[in-house]
Ligand binder design. Sequence first.
Ligand code: HEM
Length: 180
Amino acid sequence: MFDPAPEHPYPDGHRPDEAPAPHPLLAPVLGLLGTWHGRGQGEYPTLDADFTYAQEVTFSHDGRPFLRYEARAWLLDADEAPLRPSARESGWWRMQPEGRVEALITQPTGIAEIAVGQAAGGSIDLSTSEVARTPTAKEVKATRRRYTFTDDGQLTFVHDLEAVGQPLQHHLSALLRRTA
Ligand code: HEM
């Protein structure tokens, strides 16, 4: 008889005041824990038109000094109705002393980013130190991400992109609210 493994005994935590106790190195990013929903706008000089999107973002932890990160976006039409699935990515934010962040982020478009940066005072600034691409992925040379969160559950996100022969410049801006 097949004997399935028991349920995972260490579920992720999504709130700083719930089990498991967050690792002390997570202190500068505790305000990110949870699930966020919001909308954003995007542009890039190679695209025919700007676009509007919605997004769900989740940060969780298992008591060790890293965050699990997952983001899923979908495009919206002019009436804000869902148009089609868009970018998604997931990864790990490894927290270091003094709020230093080492992030690994992968996308189904064949891009894997290693980003490094700093978390302090409710904002996190990450810049790629390396980008790896699968053989058919588009050329992405660098990204810069800025996350800013407030105590009342608001998160802003700005994303700059150096890709497909274009210099580093604005690709996305979004405003999200914590929903869980
Ligand atoms: C919320 C997240 C994002 C959304 C909603 C989004 C949306 C879009 C859209 C709508 C396009 C036009 C092509 C298409 O319709 O699929 C596009 C192109 C592109 N995006 Fe994003 N994107 C997101 C995140 C990212 C990230 C994280 C990267 C890179 C690390 C990226 C890199 C690119 C590149 C390289 C192109 C192609 C440009 C071209 O070939 O002209 N995007 N994005």
